[in-house]
Design a protein around this ligand. Structure first.
Ligand SMILES: [Zn+2]
Length: 343
């Protein structure tokens, strides 16, 4: 039999009842569980004198879980530690998770050790893993049965997970939208799309006291000017966004998703005839980690020249750009016109 020694210490050997060097070993065990033959690594003690493997209580319990986990893997079920990890993501206790799911109070505790969950429960736990929004709705349904401070803590964890998931999804969607520009460096200003920079550029404009009433149309123009000025100065844009020529000037491809990205300080204001998107950011010691000093200098020039313009002023200023005039409506504005940029 193949054994791997992981420890060796002099102690009372409970196999032969002598004191000698006792090895702790890992062997490959084969067992049948629920009519399924499974292989797994088991831990034992080994007595050289008797030539026998034996297990203490802890090892017996752990080997049993290893056997069950091997079975769970074979069957495509979550392992005991997978379930512990899912619970850990939400920071929820075993018994509170049971209340949330309407399961008996010890169910999760048993699933996190030797009891193999049934398939229906397995599906529910997997859904919980991938769907924090669902966790939140279950949590609200079980609010009465969970302590107030615990409820708030779980809600906070789940909300953070939800926002992170949503942001990953949004970023993927925007990036997918940009696949068509691959290899087309004049549309993205010689730069690969960096959504971190996009978010930081928006935050920087939003935080500036020299940018007045910043709504979406104006913001989109400021972004185009920042990328164009960057291209003019250095031969590459800041963000890698591609801009379309729309009636009110340049608008980045994916603009609706971009303003929904996490950390974009966008506030929806109901104007009666529709929703206006207002951008502002306050606070001390704000950081813009993805932007270089050169990037910031460019943003400052844009702010200095255009920050105080009204929406109408900036739209008509943009209409005089050669880049805009020479681009057919709805086409992508090429960065090669940046030499004639008005700023
Ligand atoms: Zn022994």
């Amino acid at each position: 039999m193949k054994m791997k020694t992981i420890k060796c210490e002099k102690r009372l050997c409970t196999c032969c009842m002598e004191v000698h060097e006792v090895k702790t070993v890992i062997t490959r065990d084969i067992a049948t569980f629920k009519e399924q033959k499974v292989e797994y690594d088991a831990e034992y003690m080994y007595c050289d004198i008797a030539g026998e493997l034996y297990a203490d209580e802890r090892q017996m319990l752990e080997n049993d879980i290893r056997l069950k986990d091997a079975y769970r893997r074979e069957e495509g079920l979550l392992t005991a530690s997978d379930i512990t990890d899912i619970r850990g993501k939400y920071g929820i206790t075993q018994s509170d998770l049971c209340s949330l799911l309407g399961w008996g109070g010890k169910t999760i505790t048993r699933y996190e050790s030797h009891q193999v969950q049934d398939r229906a429960h397995d599906t529910i736990l997997k859904k919980l893993d991938s769907d924090p929004e669902w966790f939140i709705s279950l949590l609200n349904g079980a609010k009465e049965t969970i302590a107030e401070d615990a409820y708030r803590r779980y809600l906070k964890y789940a909300t953070l997970l939800y926002e992170a998931d949503r942001d990953i999804y949004l970023r993927k969607a925007i990036e997918a939208d940009y696949v068509r520009f691959k290899g087309d460096s004049l549309s993205q200003g010689n730069t690969e799309l960096s959504l971190d920079k996009v978010v930081d550029v928006i935050r920087y404009f939003s935080a500036s006291s020299d940018v007045t009433s910043l709504y979406k149309v104006k913001l989109m123009k400021l972004m185009w000017y920042a990328d164009s000025l960057s291209y003019k100065r250095r031969g590459h844009a800041i963000t890698g966004l591609a801009y379309q020529a729309l009636p009110m000037g340049a608008v980045p491809v994916g603009h609706n998703s971009i303003i929904d990205l996490k950390d974009v300080p966008c506030e929806e204001i109901d104007m009666g005839e529709g929703i206006a998107y207002h951008f502002s950011l306050s606070g001390e010691g704000l950081e813009f980690g993805s932007l270089s000093d050169e990037d910031i200098a460019i943003l400052n020039t844009v702010i200095q020249k255009l920050g105080k313009m009204t929406k109408d002023e900036i739209v008509s200023f943009m209409h005089k750009e050669r880049a805009y005039m020479e681009t057919p409506p709805k086409d992508t504005i090429q960065f090669r016109y940046s030499d004639s940029l008005q700023i």
